[in-house]
Design a protein around this ligand. Structure first.
Ligand code: NAP
Length: 293
């Protein structure tokens, strides 16, 4: 039986439509500041896509472009300014940063209530301890895709391939929160294929083109492919050999068009969540539906 192909593009479009309605109900226009240091081409594209997506749902997006030679102190000063700006609900610093800037210093300087990437240590700790907080966007998107697929996670054996702080670890936390039995695998895992074969849910986030082969995937397993790898011809391919799995998996995400679109939609969801939470703080005084940068 052919797998149900999980259309992340369509799911993200539906989520964005819902978010546009939520944005319009806020008493003021929510604002997202995106900081780009340097001119790395891929980062510039990501930043442009995020800003456009925000605009399209009625969230004001400011892109702050700083030169590649920006010092850490100058970037921290910019973050402090954005932290103090009542029109800014969400702050995102596009990674990677130039070598003279320590990413942990920058992430740690962002007001945790505006940390829409969910990378601040306070939000990481909240996720770890099960407390409410801002959760990283790609893991959130993965969970929404699983929910959309109707995946029963309680008691299910789930394997997460990759243990990065931005994808693998937070995905594992969220699966655990959903009562899955989680295995977190990585480059030192002894027998990755065997770990996968046991799993009812596989989340691949390693950044190795088509690492997960068809015979690693059990019949009816749900496979979410986070990987984005560029082939020599410029086309994109995931961490999963899609063609080998699509015949017998229960559900599977394509690349592109699976997790990728969900990531940006979840960034917008986080921005509106941050805006709504800040609106509820009585200490915040600002004009209704402010348009100022
Ligand atoms: P990362 O920081 O490079 O982490 C990769 C992880 O995979 C590491 O934990 C590494 O293990 C593990 N790994 C590498 N090779 C492996 C192998 N052969 N077998 C088993 N594990 C292996 O990458 P990331 O930032 O998490 O991103 C992972 C992939 O997702 C990339 O392709 C990235 O482009 C993509 N991504 C997509 C989105 C999206 O929106 N769709 C968002 C973020 C990332 P060790 O820890 O042992 O080194």
């Amino acid at each position: 039986m052919t797998a149900h192909i999980l259309d992340g593009k369509a799911l993200a479009a539906a989520l964005r439509a819902d978010l546009a309605q939520r944005a319009a109900k806020l008493p003021y226009r929510a604002g997202l500041a995106v900081v780009l240091v340097g001119e790395e081409a891929a980062s510039a594209v990501y930043v442009r896509n995020k800003a456009r997506a925000a605009d399209a749902i009625g969230v004001t997006a400011w892109t702050i472009r700083l030169p590649a030679g920006t010092t850490e102190a100058a970037l921290l000063a910019e973050i402090a300014r954005l932290n103090g700006d009542p029109d800014v609900d969400g702050i995102l610093v596009q990674l990677p940063l130039p070598p003279q800037i320590r990413p942990e210093a920058v992430i740690g300087a962002i007001d945790p209530t505006k940390d829409v990437d969910g990378f601040h240590p306070l939000n990481v700790g909240r996720l770890h301890s099960g407390a409410p907080g801002l959760v990283p966007c790609t893991p959130l998107g993965v969970m929404k895709l699983l929910a959309h697929a109707g995946t029963a996670l309680r008691g299910a054996r789930a394997v997460v391939l990759g243990r990065s702080a931005i994808v693998g670890k937070p995905v594992a936390e969220l699966l655990l929160r959903a009562d899955a039995t989680v295995t977190l695998a990585h480059s030192r895992t002894r027998d990755l294929a065997a770990e996968c074969r046991r799993a009812e849910v596989i989340i691949a986030a390693v950044g190795r083109a088509e690492l997960v082969r068809g015979d690693w995937v059990a019949n009816d397993a749900v496979v979410i492919d986070v990987g984005i790898n560029r082939r020599a011809d410029g086309s994109l391919v995931g961490d999963v050999a899609f063609d080998e799995c699509v015949d017998h998996a229960g559900a599977i995400t394509p690349v592109p068009g699976g997790v990728g679109p969900m990531t940006i939609a979840c960034l917008l969801e986080n921005t509106l969540a941050a805006a709504a939470a800040r609106r509820d703080q009585k200490s915040i005084q600002r004009p209704l539906r402010s348009q100022s940068p």
